[in-house]
Design a protein around this ligand. Structure first.
Ligand SMILES: [Zn+2]
Ligand SMILES: [Zn+2]
Length: 832
């Protein structure tokens, strides 16, 4: 970053001075004020990795603009910050460098907090919280107990994605192309005992509310809907040939295609498989097939681009719709966790089944008439039923209903809704997390802690090796615990909770972060919640947001807070990229916020990041863009310095009537207010800043050439009005510089205690507007008319105009099209 910066404004002193003053005056410390409108502005809290990066800066700058703006609009604005402090990197650092995760984490927090303070973000630091604090996680331990009592937290054994590198369970999204997102190890399936939250009990409500979150990006709602994955269809039995005691339950979303069933498939791990095997040879082959499948993760098994492996059983099934005998397969693309773990295969109308049928030479029957130009493989569109017995001639929708009615009549099946969403596995076999408050007692079984024994504090004195599961298991003082029910010797759960549990309620804790009577003071929660504006990265579009929504609903149903949804409006900001890639250490394209601020000051960082791209789009780093932002702020600084005398001299009386030029300038001022206000309300920060740029240009022009043309008095009044407005509009974007200029102009109090400017309707009124007149599509003149001039008057004036008449003399007017306020188009016809 080299730049000729002689003569720039003294940002270093100004930044430090105002950060100190805001802090000392408690400008951004807030409390509940019933009766005053509130606004809760929140950015996703960071993991304390050690330093903030330009992506964080962008995220926090957005929240800061909104906070300062809403405050000037009279809202009581809550803007807190804290630390998502548990998690794997701290533990990995402990393994690599021998530093305790608690020490590593708190050192990182100190560093990052100092960086944030240098950015001058308007946080209420009194509300800072850290999720690794026992006074924080004790409340989620209490909620765990309440959930356990209601069956919303339970333990089961399941096949999970296991990272041998991190020695922990990964969620599906944490597996990228079969590898761990963090350490790149190959992920393997493993059967593990663990704790689950029953989010599936909320699938329907979570889905329904997607339709009511009008302030969320449609893209995020679509991702959430797909993740929940509701499918409606039918479940019914396929009898096994020659085995009246056995039937396979299948689920299908397309019961109308049942006549096209040419085979059926069971998940290799389906519990009925063993009963279907004919002899020891088949048993051995199935065991081999199962072992082969077990080497693939769920994600690989579901991938559409890999060959579908299958094993044909000797047993066969009967299609109850037409009594046809069909072969039975085991195949890796059917999973036990979805639906019933068995499907009827209809290759005519399902591409996955089509691929499998082709690979295994199975018949394909079409049951929907194809459009005439159809050349594809499986057909999933609408149409008329064919080859389908009593369903022939119906549409797909009609046939679905009729097929279900028939299944119910025959006592074979029923209508059924399935969800792709599965319960949330919250167990982690790791140290640096919140302990799960459960004790295993040989007499009483699985027993929750007594609430009065909370918090179950994570012990400090452990050996972290990264090998063989949770190190807590090796700590007798932790593991050996009395049974909370009978007092006998018990063994404490050594798994810790997924860190997504902590981030599912931190926004509630911020409402009263020091409250010790529960998660948060209900009065404070009911004043502040829901969050009015939530800003964060698109990478959290599914899990974090879904879990936070679920947890909020659970808290409601447990009787804690009457809140249905935590986040009213959501903004997912884009990434900061440089040279075409996301900034990262490994790519060597990182711009350090510290270095940047030392070179340009905090306000340039904010202006550049907000101006360079719309908030929700990726932002490509540009040194010229940075220079432009810096020059702009210096230009504002120099203008105020140059006109300081005029700008501080009181205005005696505002002139009664402005000159023509004065009126035009005043209109620019008030149009800018309108534009900037609307843009901020819609999070179009880049266009808001460009409107302010235009105002600064107009200000220079007016100050430069107006002396001889407008009266001194008028010029003085308008300059003051313009600069006063400019500073208020720019304050949320460049708060340090503007505070300094505001105080230089003689204001004793912070600009953030001032109100946001309001556009004056009178100033916005235009005296006259131009209307273009075309004859046969070519512009011939422009009329000067009063705004609101009617169609007839425009038409008359256009036809009578001296510059138009010659073009009409030899021709006949066929018709006249008028766009009021814009255009008159006269269409003529050949020589009369
Ligand atoms: Zn890993
Ligand atoms: Zn007991």
């Amino acid at each position: 970053m080299t730049v000729d910066r002689q003569d720039h404004y003294p940002f270093a002193e100004i930044d430090a001075k105002w950060q100190r003053r805001w802090d000392a005056s408690g400008l951004f410390r807030v409390r509940e004020e019933p009766g005053r409108p509130k606004y809760y502005c929140l950015e996703m809290f960071p993991y304390p990795s050690g330093r903030i990066h330009m992506g964080h800066v962008r995220n926090y700058a957005i929240g800061d603009v909104v906070t300062r703006y809403k405050r000037m609009r009279g809202y009581n604005v809550l803007h807190p910050m804290g630390w998502d402090a548990f998690g794997l990197p701290a533990e990995n650092a402990a393994i690599e460098h021998g530093v305790h995760p608690a020490v590593w984490t708190s050192e990182n927090i100190e560093t990052m907090k100092a960086q944030m303070k240098k950015l001058g973000i308007s946080y209420d630091w009194d509300r800072e919280l850290s999720t690794c604090d026992p006074e924080y996680y004790r409340w989620e331990q209490l909620i765990f107990i309440r959930m356990f009592e209601r069956g919303l937290a339970y333990k089961k054994s399941a096949s999970v994605n296991w990272c041998p590198g991190c020695q922990t369970v990964l969620a599906n999204e944490q597996v990228e192309a079969g590898r761990c997102w963090r350490c790149d190890s190959e992920v393997v399936p493993q059967q593990v005992d663990g704790w689950y939250f029953k989010i599936t009990a909320y699938a329907e409500e979570l889905l329904e509310w997607c339709d009511r979150l009008a302030g969320w990006p449609e893209r995020v709602l679509t991702m959430q809907r797909n993740w929940i994955g509701k499918s409606e269809g039918a479940e019914f039995n396929l009898p096994i040939v020659g085995r009246p005691d056995l039937a396979i339950r299948v689920f299908t979303t397309r019961p109308d295609t049942s006549f096209g069933m040419t085979y059926a498939v069971l998940a290799p791990e389906h519990p009925l498989v063993d009963a279907l095997l004919a002899d020891p040879a088949e048993r051995a082959s199935v065991a081999a097939f199962r072992a082969e499948v077990a080497r693939a993760t769920e994600i690989e098994r579901l991938a559409t681009d890999r060959p579908k492996r299958g094993f044909r059983l000797k047993a066969g099934a009967l299609n109850p719709f037409n009594q046809a005998e069909i072969p039975l397969f085991l195949a890796d693309y059917v999973l036990m966790g979805y639906g019933t773990g068995a499907i009827m295969a209809v290759p005519g109308e399902d591409q996955r089944d089509w691929d499998f049928a082709r690979a295994h030479q199975l018949p394909i029957i079409e049951t929907v008439k194809r459009p005439p130009d159809w050349t594809g493989e499986a057909y999933t569109g609408d149409g008329v039923k064919i080859n389908s017995g009593f369903l022939n001639g119906l549409t797909v929708g009609e046939a679905k209903r009729k097929a279900i009615d028939w299944l119910v009549e025959q006592g074979l099946g029923e209508a059924r809704i399935n969800y792709r969403l599965r319960d949330w596995g919250i167990s982690r076999q790791r140290y640096w997390g919140a302990p799960i408050p459960i004790v295993y007692c040989p007499r009483c079984g699985t027993v929750p802690e007594k609430p009065e024994s909370l918090p179950i504090v994570l012990p400090r004195n452990v050996q972290i090796t990264g090998k063989g599961g949770s190190p807590l298991a090796d700590l007798p003082t932790f593991v050996n615990a009395p049974c909370p029910r009978c007092g006998g010797p018990g063994r404490r759960e050594t798994d810790t909770m997924d860190t997504f549990v902590e981030s599912s309620w931190y926004f509630i804790r911020y409402c009263s972060p020091r409250f010790d009577g529960g998660m948060a003071d209900p009065a404070a929660v009911h004043y502040w919640m829901p969050v009015d504006q939530y800003t964060g990265g698109i990478e959290h579009a599914i899990l974090h947001l879904l879990y936070a929504r679920f947890y909020t609903k659970v808290l409601r149903d447990l009787g804690f807070f009457k809140i249905d949804e935590p986040f009213q409006n959501l903004l997912t900001q884009g990434m900061v990229i440089k040279d075409g890639a996301k900034m990262s250490k490994s790519k060597g394209n990182v711009v350090s916020p510290d270095e940047f601020i030392a070179t340009y000051g905090a306000d340039t960082a904010r202006i550049f990041e907000l101006f360079a791209a719309p908030a929700e789009k990726d932002l490509e780093w540009s040194d010229q863009g940075v220079e432009g932002a810096f020059r702009f702020l210096n230009r504002v600084w120099r203008f105020v310095q140059a006109h300081r005398e005029t700008l501080t001299r009181p205005v005696d009386a505002r002139p009664a009537a402005l000159s023509r030029q004065g009126r035009a300038f005043r209109r620019v001022i008030h149009e800018t207010i309108q534009r900037v206000t609307n843009d901020i309300e819609e999070f179009h920060f880049n266009t808001a800043i460009s409107a302010i740029h235009e105002l600064v240009n107009a200000l220079h022009a007016f100050a430069g050439d107006s002396l001889d043309r407008t009266a001194q008095e008028e010029r003085h009044a308008l300059l003051r009005e313009a600069v006063d407005t400019l500073l208020r509009l720019l304050a949320p974007f460049a708060p340090h510089l503007i505070e300094e200029l505001w105080s230089q102009l003689g204001h004793a109090d912070s600009v953030f205690r001032e109100s946001w400017p309001a556009a004056d309707a009178e100033a916005l009124e235009r005296e006259s507007i131009f209307v273009v007149v075309q004859v046969d599509g070519r512009v011939r003149t422009r009329l000067t008319v009063r705004p609101g001039t009617g169609e007839e008057a425009l038409k008359t004036q256009a036809l009578a105009d001296g510059k138009v008449r010659p073009w009409l003399s030899a021709r006949e007017v066929e018709r006249v099209v008028v766009v009021p306020g814009r255009l008159v188009n006269i269409v003529t016809r050949g020589p009369a």
